[in-house]
Design a protein. Structure first.
Length: 301
């Protein structure tokens, strides 16, 4: 992905959202020709020269020091994810040796699957930074069966199932995700964050191109240049077999597996969601037994 374009559009979009009043500056007159702050106002707040900031907003972050990046981040009132994104863009603008692609993992070690299978009362699964699903426990496979069974987002011989492909390209996603608008917004923002960290990942570039070509909604979210961490929160899912589930989620990095995250869903005790997970486990066991019976009936071992 074009680093200079990412830098230019990210900084311009962050500058446009802040008014002089929000930045603690006087707003002289009511006929400002730009939306948000002017470049010279950002430079003043950041403690850099106007020429230097203009160069940065034109896409040149090469050589920018931590102090300068912090000044820009403070001036633009960036949150934690946005600050990390700015720093990642600056690293990617460095010497060629620092800009090698880091392919996202596409498999997990057997012991990781063993860990997942040992988690029996909560859906648990592993994804990479492109949102490919790489491993799941039985309860997660049951919970995310609409994604895994999707004709456009499920696994094929050439690629893993992908939740963001499901969100944007399968109409069933609007039924499955109760808070679809938020989910779609967050998914694009998480991919944008990864694009800053790893802009030369060919598979990520391919995924973004596919989504941009086929989804107007994704194009809109991608063009916003918003970025977001996905660490914890609540997720409401509408499962076709057990109904609506209001779940807590935790997304945890695996120190032993750089680039992979463990997603774990739980339900508050004594809630309809807790009962729903028990029902889901029963449904999953029945489904597995039916599949085993079918395989035996056809002589498949």
């Amino acid at each position: 992905m074009d680093n200079r374009a990412q830098v230019r559009e990210f900084l311009a979009s962050r500058r446009a959202r802040i008014t002089p009043g929000q930045a603690g500056l006087p707003a002289y007159g009511g006929n400002r020709r730009v939306k948000g702050l002017r470049r010279e106002e950002v430079a003043l707040l950041a403690g850099v020269s106007i020429d230097y900031y203009i160069r940065m907003e034109r896409g040149d972050l090469a050589g920018a020091s931590e102090a300068v990046l912090d000044g820009i981040a403070n001036a633009l009132q960036l949150d934690e994810a946005e600050r990390e994104h700015l720093q990642a863009l600056a690293r990617s603008a460095g010497p060629t040796a620092t800009r090698r692609a880091r392919p996202s993992p596409t498999t997990v070690r057997p012991v990781i699957q063993q860990v997942l299978d040992a988690i029996t009362e909560a859906p648990a699964w592993i994804r990479n930074a492109r949102h490919d699903i790489l491993a799941m426990n039985p309860l997660a496979r049951a919970l995310y069966s609409p994604v895994l069974d999707s004709a456009v987002a499920g696994a094929t011989a050439k690629r893993a199932a992908n939740t963001t492909r499901f969100i944007y390209l399968d109409p069933a996603a609007r039924e499955f995700f109760v808070d679809y608008d938020r989910i779609a917004t967050d998914a694009a923002a998480m991919l944008r964050l990864e694009a800053g960290r790893n802009p030369h990942d060919k598979d990520l570039i391919t995924l973004v191109g596919e989504l941009s070509t086929q989804s107007e909604l994704f194009r809109q979210h991608w063009a916003s240049h918003n970025v977001k961490f996905h660490r914890s929160g609540r997720k409401r899912l509408r499962h076709p077999a057990v109904g609506e589930l209001d779940l807590n989620f935790e997304a945890m990095e695996l120190p032993s597996e750089p680039g992979l995250r463990l997603n774990l869903y739980t339900a508050d005790p004594d809630t309809p969601a807790a009962d729903g997970l028990k029902l889901l486990a029963s449904w999953a066991a029945t489904r597995a037994a039916d599949n085993t019976g079918t395989r035996h009936a056809h002589g498949i071992r």
